[in-house]
Design a protein around this ligand. Structure first.
Ligand code: ADP
Length: 526
């Protein structure tokens, strides 16, 4: 689907007239109230009670409207659970709770906030296998990968636990008869809207820095993956994080829009598509000029020079696109291979793609699980058809697997041209598009020929070339001889239309604090 079509569909989906039409197909109103917990047995035999309510003021509650929606496992196409759907009214209640909590949370000693975050990280550690299994079931990703997500979630929360009491202002020696200092203060209630590709990881990128700095939050999960954030909400309450500090709302785009335009929310942090990012920014501007950070789409270049270690480069090029079924905003989706090794590289990439085990996410041998929803599956398949129509050479893949669930074979297109839509637009699936280049300056121009600028990879054994090219690529992250090498202490975010602001690392703290300058007139005494 083209970006404009996607955008049109989104506008339609979010308009009130259209919502009732969509409602009949995707949700229903419960005849009797939905219990606030539902027992679930995961495919690997783990049993647990899934909270179904909205999490407001440290309690699970029904939505004001009583509306619920169903959650499907995309790898089986079975309904997994039904959860309450929050609306604008629920957002208002959550904001009130968060405003009240802010009064004391912002004044709580930072070391205490850090300790509570540290306890939250302990809970995540203790429940890692459960959380990874829920994530895999809800999103469709391979369990082996979900375990990696949860390990990073724990590290992110621990990192912000550690940084909480190390955030200082400065004393400025103005020497003009004033004592001058700055303080870094929290913003207030922060709205956070997260996507479905890394549900719990995105929760941690948002919650960690917000809580460490003394803010309170109203976070909306993605409609297709609400489960894990509700489960960790129990831990929030159990470790003693005060009521109202963390509020979690399950819901659709309109609920996210209610957050973006809320007049008393001081900041909105969003991760998702560039099209939705535009709505968020507009709503933020038109409501109360709330602060905005956006982590949006990408079409990231992955460059292979002919002096690279080819075994590593083939492996990393495959991981860079097929990891998480290609549902990664920084996926290395545009492959540029030096002409001297192009044919050999494409042949080896084909073999690597065909060796990837796609299937049951709960099988420990599986690397690529299912796409996260039917909508995503359809969108990716449309792009594959478009690639064929545009004249790209389909090297391997290009089809849905003949089994229940939304599985797509790892797909490689070669000999693509710069103006093809499969080269310019984000597909968000296991589809890589490859072309050749001959010189450094040519590939730098090709790599930078994009409206995005999130990630980039380059492979070379020449340190001069690596540093030179890394400096010339317009993107928020550059990975050399590796790809998607995330670390909790390293900032991540986009150039161009891939977003604004950085998450993880110390820089995220800047996004959740504001500087106050205090000047005190000194009256010298003799
Ligand atoms: P996709 O189109 O790939 O699902 P989105 O950017 O629409 O990606 O979704 C990311 C998150 O943004 C989800 O939580 C979704 O519900 C939310 N969302 C969608 N539309 C809007 C909107 N108009 N305003 C605020 N949030 C939205």
């Amino acid at each position: 689907m083209s970006r404009s079509l996607t955008q049109a569909a989104r506008v339609l989906r979010n308009s009130s007239a259209a919502r009732s039409v969509f409602a009949s197909s995707i949700r229903f109103y419960s005849a009797s109230a939905l219990p606030l917990k539902t027992p679930i047995t995961l495919p690997n035999g783990i049993k647990y009670d899934q909270p179904t309510g909205l999490f407001i003021n440290n309690e699970f509650v029904a939505s004001q409207s009583g509306k619920t929606f169903t959650v499907e496992s995309p790898s089986t196409q079975h309904t997994v659970a039904e959860v309450y759907e929050g609306s604008e009214q629920d957002v208002e209640i959550a904001v009130k709770a968060a405003e009240e909590a802010f009064k004391s949370w912002s004044q709580t000693p930072a070391s205490e906030r850090g300790l509570l975050l540290s306890k939250l990280a302990d809970k995540i550690h203790e429940n890692a296998e459960l959380l990874a299994s829920i994530e895999s079931f809800d999103n469709g990703k391979a369990l082996t990968l979900a375990r990696g997500d949860v390990a990073l979630v724990e590290k992110v929360i621990r990192y912000y636990a550690g940084i909480a009491d190390k955030i200082y202002g400065t004393q400025i020696p103005t020497n003009d008869g004033f004592f001058t200092y700055t303080a870094r203060e929290p913003l207030g209630v922060c709205g956070q809207i997260i996507p479905w590709n890394f549900p719990l990881l995105m929760w941690s990128w948002k919650i960690g820095p917000a809580l460490a700095t003394g803010n309170t939050v109203v976070l909306k999960t993605a409609e297709s993956t609400p489960l894990s954030a509700l489960v960790v909400s129990q831990f929030v309450q159990e470790v003693g994080i005060p009521a109202g500090v963390v509020n979690i709302i399950s819901g659709f785009g309109a609920t996210g829009a209610a957050i973006a335009k809320h007049p008393r929310i001081k900041k909105v942090a969003f991760t998702g598509s560039t099209a939705t990012g535009r709505y968020i920014m507009k709503a933020a501007a038109e409501s109360n000029l709330k602060k905005v950070t956006l982590e949006l789409g990408g079409k990231s270049p992955h460059i292979i020079f002919d002096d690279a270690d080819l075994d590593t480069a083939v492996e990393v090029a495959a991981l860079g696109i097929f990891y998480n079924s290609g549902e990664v905003c920084s996926a290395g989706s545009r492959l540029y291979v030096q002409d001297t090794i192009y044919d050999e590289f494409i042949a080896r990439l084909k073999a690597r793609a065909e060796a990837i085990s796609v299937g049951d996410p709960f099988d420990n041998e599986t690397f690529q699980g299912s796409q996260t929803s039917k909508a995503q599956l359809d969108k990716i398949l449309k792009y594959i058809e478009l690639g064929k129509e545009e004249g790209a050479r389909l090297v391997t893949g290009g089809e849905r697997l003949d089994r229940p669930g939304y599985f797509i074979a790892p797909t490689v297109f070669a000999d693509v041209k710069e103006d093809m839509r499969i080269v310019r637009e984000e597909i968000f699936g296991p589809v890589i598009v490859a072309t050749k280049f001959s010189s450094v300056s040519e590939v730098v121009d090709l790599a930078n020929n994009s409206e995005y600028g999130l990630g980039a990879g380059l492979h070379t054994e020449d340190i001069n070339k690596a540093i030179d090219v890394a400096g010339r690529i317009h993107s928020g992250s550059v990975w050399v001889n590796t790809y998607n090498a995330f670390h909790e202490a390293v900032p991540f975010g986009g150039f161009n239309q891939s977003g604004m602001g950085r998450e993880m690392g110390e820089q995220s703290i800047d996004n959740y604090t504001q500087t106050k300058a205090v000047r005190i007139k000194i009256n010298p005494k003799n």
